[in-house]
Design a protein around this ligand. Structure first.
Ligand code: DX5
Ligand code: ZN
Length: 219
């Protein structure tokens, strides 16, 4: 087990000070920035879109991991790629045209991810594994930060890890991640831990990032 990549979710940052917040998390040892795009339709919440991705791109050279929770991942996925995203994930449940969206994003030169809500089995990823850089297992129902972790999530990660059979696809867990479940998630095969409220809500970013990293073994 090695230290996970840690991706603070900008959803819980102070957006008035976006640039400062991104830099503070980078200085604290965070690996990626996670940006939650919501459309008020696929999920019952509205956040931000390509404009904020572009603002983050201007403010930071860090890795921008965009998580689309929207019904039109093709249009806005390509917009986010243009805005400077390094990776764009969208939801399997949002479109009947998963393969089309994945190939369009790849053609745009961006890394791709597919996210699954808690009730979607990992087996749906099997037909599109060749087009994926990341698989996102939700630890909560998507829509809001600060929700309680769904306890079946580590078992789902274990099933995904065996489905991937050694392929170079990273496993990300998003939602409800905390020190007390991170160890089990990492043991199950998780590579990237997203955390919003617990990282951006922490008084000391460095200590909070280090605490998550430490769950993977040596600091
Ligand atoms: C939930 C979002 C998550 C959220 C995580 O729909 O996709 O990325 O920001 O927040 P926490 O870590 O507070 O559960
Ligand atoms: Zn997210």
């Amino acid at each position: 087990m090695s230290a996970p990549l840690v991706a603070p979710s900008v959803l819980s940052a102070d957006l008035v000070r976006l640039g400062e917040e991104l830099r503070a998390m980078e200085d604290a040892g965070a690996d990626w920035h996670h940006l939650d795009v919501m459309d008020g339709a696929f999920v019952p919440n509205l956040t931000f879109g390509p404009l904020l991705v572009a603002a983050a791109r201007r403010a930071s050279t860090g890795f921008l991991d965009v998580h689309l929770m929207i019904n039109d991942p093709l249009t806005y996925g390509l917009e986010c790629a243009k805005a400077g995203a390094d990776l764009v994930s969208f939801h399997f449940e949002a479109t009947p045209h998963v393969h089309r969206v994945l190939t369009a994003l790849k053609a745009a030169g961006v890394r791709t991810g597919l996210a699954l809500t808690p009730s979607t089995p990992v087996e749906v990823l099997e037909p599109v594994l060749n087009y994926l850089d990341l698989a996102v297992i939700m630890g909560v129902n998507p829509g809001f930060g600060g929700q309680e972790f769904i306890p079946e999530t580590p078992a789902k990660v274990r099933r995904l890890k065996s489905l991937l059979a050694g392929r170079a696809i990273l496993i990300e867990v998003d939602g409800g991640v905390a020190e007390d479940n991170a160890r089990e998630l990492l043991a199950a095969g998780t590579d990237v831990l997203v955390s919003g409220s617990r990282l951006y809500g922490a008084p000391d970013y460095r200590a909070a990032v280090a605490a998550l990293k430490k769950t993977g073994g040596q600091p």
